[in-house]
Design a binder for this molecule. Sequence first.
Ligand SMILES: [Zn+2]
Length: 412
Amino acid sequence: MSEEKIGTYITFHKIRLYTEYLQYFNLTSIEFNKLTLIYYNIILKHQELLENAIYVTRTKIEKLTMVDKQTGKVPEEYFETKAPSRIRRSACTQAIAQAKAYITKVKNAKENKKRGPNLAKKFNLPIQLTKELYAYIDNKKMKIKLYNGKEWKWYECTISKWNIPKDANLLSPKIEINKKIVMLVIPEKRIVENLTTIKERMENNTNIRICGLAFSGRNNIATCVIVDKSGKFIKSRFINEGDKYKNTIIKYLRQIQRSNCKSNRNSSVTGANRKYWKKISKNSNYYCNLVSRKIVDFCKECNAEIIALSNVQCDEEIVTYGTRFNSANLRNRITDYTKIKSFTENILVTFVDMKGKTNKCYKCNEFIERNIENKTIKAIKEDKAVCESGHMIDYFFNFAMNIALNCLKKYD
Ligand SMILES: [Zn+2]
């Protein structure tokens, strides 16, 4: 057995804050960014400070900017501010990162003999909170230290929803303000155990299960087929969200068409139809998320550790449903989302070369034909395909099965 590997990654939770103190959030943001800019300029003047570890750099900058409590000595870079030391420290940390980025850019520009970057004149960074600047009262409320124009005080706000797991390893949150919306962005550190490669998994785990995944433009937008290491079929799932997706899109396309007729204009992404295009994009995203979630959940349910995908589209995917808002067009995005979601569940995604193998019967390896002359109405309706030996199978089930079996062969 190979050694177990452990990896970490950061995921972000975005939670909306409801507050009557929006004005104070804005003032705090201005104050925080002003401070960051002051520190940024000081650091760039004293670049030798960056050679230390970050906390040492920060302490040295504090000494450079704050009056010594014992001696009362006013240091070289002293500036006046009412900000609490935690806000100062947080702004300083941001400034160090910004200054480092600037220095790297200057260095790169010099090496490539290009024009260097401009010095920042203003920042618009999210407010980085440290432990002493916020507190969760419960899952519905939190308090934050804010600047109200005169002083720094604690204010309470309501949290929109809290669906973060109890044992989550949360890091310091940030406050993002977008017009009137205040968002709390909380990073969570997660650990993924057993980061073995697919090859290692195949070699070491005799009970491994593989999920072959095929996309289509029909109602069954994705077909999942689980096989074990010997290639035995375990379970399948058809994810039927294609029609709902199509109907939603058609609804908005009709509204766009109507609005075009009224205004006698061509459909354009700008102007009156913008909201419909936005809705189309939002819906596409929603269905990609939903389908990928269902795929990964099914794999979890069946203990499948590997998801296998074809590197080519099968003929039926393209030919039969070749329209712009075909659900088959979501395949790339669904694939990306599946990759992200499966990673957090410790499931690996792999691509299998299916060139020239998309139309073979998984049982006998003969060619299958979907548009056969003697096909029954029932067969067409159910997307049945028939091979030359007479096996009647679901076209996409067959394709997913073939992907899973070819994945097994690849690592044999
Ligand atoms: Zn066959």
